[in-house]
Design a protein around this ligand. Sequence first.
Ligand SMILES: NC(=O)c1ccc[n+]([C@@H]2O[C@H](COP(=O)([O-])OP(=O)(O)OC[C@H]3O[C@@H](n4cnc5c(N)ncnc54)[C@H](OP(=O)(O)O)[C@@H]3O)[C@@H](O)[C@H]2O)c1
Length: 410
Amino acid sequence: MAAKGRRNEIHKIQPNGLTVSELCIGTGIFGMQTDEDLKAKLDELKNDYRKGDATAASRNSFSNFTFFWRLFAMAIIGSTVNRRFVLAKRPESPTSPASRDLFELQSVDVPELADGEFLVESHWMSLDPWIRGTMNGNRSYQASVELGDVMRALCAGRVVVSRNAAFPVGTPVSGMLGWQDYAVTDGTLIRKIPENAPLELGLNLLGINGQTAWFGINDIGKPKAGETAVVTAAAGGVGSIAVQLLKAAGCRVIGLAGDDEKCEWVKSIGAADCINYKTTDIGKALSVLCPDRVDVVFDNVGGAMLDELLLHLNTNARIVLSGALSRYNAKPEPLTNWLQLHINRATMKGYIFLDHFDRFDEADTDMMRRWERGELLYREHIIDGLENAPDALSKLFDGSNRGKLLVKIR
Ligand SMILES: NC(=O)c1ccc[n+]([C@@H]2O[C@H](COP(=O)([O-])OP(=O)(O)OC[C@H]3O[C@@H](n4cnc5c(N)ncnc54)[C@H](OP(=O)(O)O)[C@@H]3O)[C@@H](O)[C@H]2O)c1
């Protein structure tokens, strides 16, 4: 789908000096099903006007706003088609993987705008573990996606048409725009991305991953210089930022990750050491690497890994419950070592980054400053094309993503 360089089309279709609106109102083309139909009809109209045959061009009087919008969309954004994924079927069980047959790719008209709304053309889509939870139809912190609804996701893109003065055309934004090319929003929970940052940073350091690490560490972990911190899924999008923020706070950081290459990378961004939990006895390794025990746990994994970590807590330890990757697609499993919380006067607290929307500026300003100084490193695992998103979601659960998992839409 071509999206760029179509603005000149406006001038090309005005051989008689007519405005786009006059041309639209004067003509009215109905039942155009595809962009090809619309382009062919535009060519026909151009010829009619060139020949001075305005009667031929206007024989279908305008009575359909949708037509005007589609012609406008074609002239301004280069397409009238919005590709989108809807949830076609629920997974067999909460523990089964999100296979491609659960999604349906649809092509629909680019949505129209009401007053106060604007249209965002998404360039990047963030694949996050919470998305899988919305497919099950049961209660979670994110509402379920209903069958036939557009799959939910955070995306970053630019405003391409606007009826909202606060978000003029060209504004780089991020927000819950869904698995689709174009989304209409009134600006609710939409963030502006700084002009000097790449768009995708609005889904990473200046988005869900950065904010999750930042609020978890600053509000719950409260690290002090000289303390020992452990981060699980340390090579991932959230985990790798947590490693660097904890290190910057003066902690000695130990990471856990699923292979040696990931462990090497975690060390390269500041961890004192990293345990390959697939080949190493975590308990023994933690006893050796954390002789003074652990003050801050930033946990992304839950389950048996968290249970083991409870055995290594220091007095007054803080456990940040960022997420539970090992449990999202698995049967519930009891924590057996919870008494350690009592013995060590430890706290364990869950949180959701979105609850802090009114403080995102605070986190983003700090993260932006660190990024500009080159203090925050990240890696991105990029999936090319919206059409490939369904096959990519499971990477978060089988460990095959290396860094922040993003879909490049355009
Ligand atoms: N609280 C919030 O508001 C909030 C917001 C966003 C994300 N989160 C949480 O942050 C965590 C990380 O999310 P992310 O998007 O950054 O994903 P990610 O860490 O980039 O990717 C997931 C990684 O988790 C590891 N993993 C998957 N299953 C595992 C298992 N059974 N045991 C151990 N490790 C496993 C894999 O790495 P290995 O190869 O190392 O196993 C995988 O690559 C998730 O728990 C997510 O729910 C929380």
